[in-house]
Design a protein around this ligand. Structure first.
Ligand code: ADP
Ligand code: MG
Length: 602
């Protein structure tokens, strides 16, 4: 035995490792295969998914098909009909991974292809398993390609184990579907999951495609942008400010009809809305850049959702001005706010030096996972229920250790009606406490009271359903509808009733009576968007719903309260389970001790 420790990996292992670069999850397979179908000139592409792609992914296209030899060749590493040498990389207008996709996929799954070119009478069927050709035969089949990928990662258990629950993986597939279908409205697509048709998209125009994917409500809420400069063309849509959402607003950039992420250009858009938006909402946009292929570097990282534009700095003000202009024209912006200096045609056609905003450094990260980043980008901020359980138990622990000192004075209060109270800044309530004074945040106190009351009602199913005099209509896009169907039953249990009202539309006909004057539609939409990103929300429907209702019903800071109202609030708070911290872990009250006050006078 030699003592050397270095050895060459068996080819199968090497292939599997290489495959990991291309195939991160089922949605990557969908992306690669659909892009191949698009490259093959298909006008109709049907996608059939089983169990979020774990068991099977099948794509049927009517594109140009493959010859018998090509169908075998296609699976060799670096096999491609699309580039011949490295220069082609810089003018690449096709999709995909330069001859890596099919080779990679066949390394980690069972793949079966049926394909026929128009000019051939017989088609061909090939089967690959662990990079090996296991079957090749002539068959009769329709023109085009029909490819099935089964049991992804069957031979890489570590990777398979790493897959997320089906609803998460399917969401990734829907995201890929959105990205690809938005770029190709001239192609008709269907997406079927576990025999259920999720999308049927006919050949249509861009705006129709947006509405087919995200709901007809966008028809009224998008403003068109179209601007041609010497640097390239920018077209697409941005949303009116009122359509901006806290979460889940569709946001898409495309470069030469390929979905990209571009934080720098995102800044150009969000800056253009400036003061038109509440700080926590984001606008929708669908922006398509068309620039010379050699002006963008798609090689910036392996999965290519981030690209670098050569003229990034110059495109920034053009994009920003175009957005401002369209917002201004739509009367969203008072015209006085509209900065004439950056009217859209100036930057590209004058030699006047421009004020540049420095673009961020783009760095290469080989571990980057575009799918993760995408979902975080869209949904990350403002999650009220993040780490729900830990917040809840933390708050509980704090309460248990500190409740004594915080409430000792009140504990012996028998009669709240004689309590000395004072409101401060229309925001805080001040009252005497044992050895000090106590300051209560009125909003947080009221939020916690409402939360505990509502939760109790919902949990005991004591809610009474209250029919709505004017049923409220909600329109959901496909992803939202998937969530809705999952949580519908539980919502009904606590007092909601819904009626289906045509495609993707529902009417809310009754609500739990604790809803008071809250808009059921807004609440439901907010709730669904929250669920979209966080599975845990679904597990905690009642808590989350109680929190939403509590937030809406809580006494806001800035509300003047009279003494009776203040005492009522304090009395109710004294009966809460958590009196020091809200369910979100925020402090409800503080004590300023006599000592602290005395010290100030030293
Ligand atoms: P790439 O797309 O980068 O060339 P792939 O591994 O994805 O690499 O595909 C290899 C080759 O197989 C393609 O170049 C193309 O010639 C052929 N091919 C793959 N899918 C299809 C399809 N759906 N229709 C026709 N040809 C296809
Ligand atoms: Mg490809």
């Amino acid at each position: 035995m030699s003592e050397n420790i270095i050895h060459i990996l068996p080819e199968t292992v090497a292939n599997q490792i290489a495959a990991g670069e291309v195939v991160q999850r089922p949605s990557s397979v969908v992306k690669e295969l659909v892009e191949n179908s698009i490259d093959a000139g298909a006008t109709k592409i049907d996608i059939y998914i089983k169990e979020a792609g774990r068991t099977s992914i099948r794509i049927i296209d009517n594109g140009k098909g493959m010859s018998a030899d090509d169908a075998v060749m296609a699976f060799q590493p670096h096999a491609t009909s699309k580039i011949a040498d490295v220069n082609d990389l810089f003018s690449l207008s096709t999709m995909g991974f330069r001859g890596e996709a099919l080779a990679s996929i066949s390394a980690i799954a069972f793949v079966e292809v049926r394909s026929r070119r128009e000019e051939d009478t017989l088609g061909t069927r090939v089967e690959y398993t662990a990079s090996d050709l296991v079957c090749q035969e002539c068959i009769s089949c329709p023109k085009g390609t029909d490819i099935t990928v089964r049991d992804i990662f069957y031979n890489v258990p570590a990777r398979r184990k790493f897959l997320k629950p089906n609803d998460t993986e399917f969401k990734h597939i829907v995201s890929v579907f959105e990205q690809v279908t938005l770029a190709h409205p001239q192609i008709s697509f269907t997406l079927v999951h576990n025999d259920k048709t999720i999308f049927t998209l006919p050949k249509e125009n861009r705006l129709q495609r947006i509405c087919s994917l995200f709901g007809n409500k966008w028809n009224q809420k998008l403003l068109p942008i179209s601007i041609e400069t010497t640097l390239g063309k920018i077209s697409g849509y941005v949303s009116t400010p009122d359509a901006a959402l806290k979460r889940g607003c569709p946001q898409f950039f495309f470069a030469n009809n390929r979905y990209i992420q571009h934080p720098y250009f995102y800044k150009a858009i969000s800056m253009s809305y400036d003061k038109l938006l509440m700080p926590d909402v984001k606008p929708a946009y669908f922006i398509f850049f068309e620039v010379d292929a050699d002006k963008i570097d798609v090689n910036i990282h392996p999965t290519k959702t981030e690209v670098k534009f050569e003229d990034e700095k110059a495109l920034f003000p053009i994009l920003s001005a175009a957005v401002k202009e369209v917002l201004g024209k739509s009367n969203s912006v008072p015209s006085i706010d509209f900065d004439q200096d950056d009217a859209p045609d100036i930057p590209a056609f004058t030699s006047k030096p421009m004020e540049y905003v420095a673009p961020p450094k783009v760095s290469y990260n080989p571990n980057y996972n575009p799918f993760h980043t995408h979902s975080e980008k869209t949904f990350s901020s403002n999650r009220p229920s993040q780490n729900w359980e830990s917040l809840y138990s933390a708050a509980k622990e704090v309460k248990e250790s500190k409740v004594e000192s915080a409430w000792s004075k009140l504990d012996i209060v028998e009669d709240f009606s004689s309590l000395h109270v004072m409101q401060f800044e229309n925001k805080f309530i001040i009252l005497p406490a044992n050895e000090g004074i106590k300051v209560i945040d009125q909003y947080r106190a009221s939020l916690q009271i409402n939360f505990e009351d509502t939760l109790k009602e919902l949990e005991l199913l004591e809610v009474h359903s209250q029919p709505l005099l004017f049923p409220e209509a909600v329109e959901l896009d496909t992803k939202e509808e998937l969530i809705f169907n999952e949580i519908k039953e539980e919502l009904e249990e606590v007092g909601f009733t819904f009626e289906s009202f045509g495609k993707h539309s529902y009417q809310i006909t009754a609500v739990p009576n604790s809803m008071n004057n809250i808009s059921a539609e807004a609440l439901l939409e907010e709730f669904i968007t929250m669920c979209l990103d966080e599975k845990d929300v679904k597990a905690e429907i009642k808590k989350n719903l109680a929190l939403k209702i509590a937030e809406k019903n809580a006494i806001k800071g800035g509300t003047t309260l009279n003494e009776t109202q203040m005492r009522g609030l304090i009395e109710k708070l004294s009966k809460c389970e958590n009196q020091i911290y809200t369910i979100q872990g925020k402090k409800i009250s503080v004590i300023i001790s006599n000592n602290e006050i005395e010290n100030k006078f030293l």
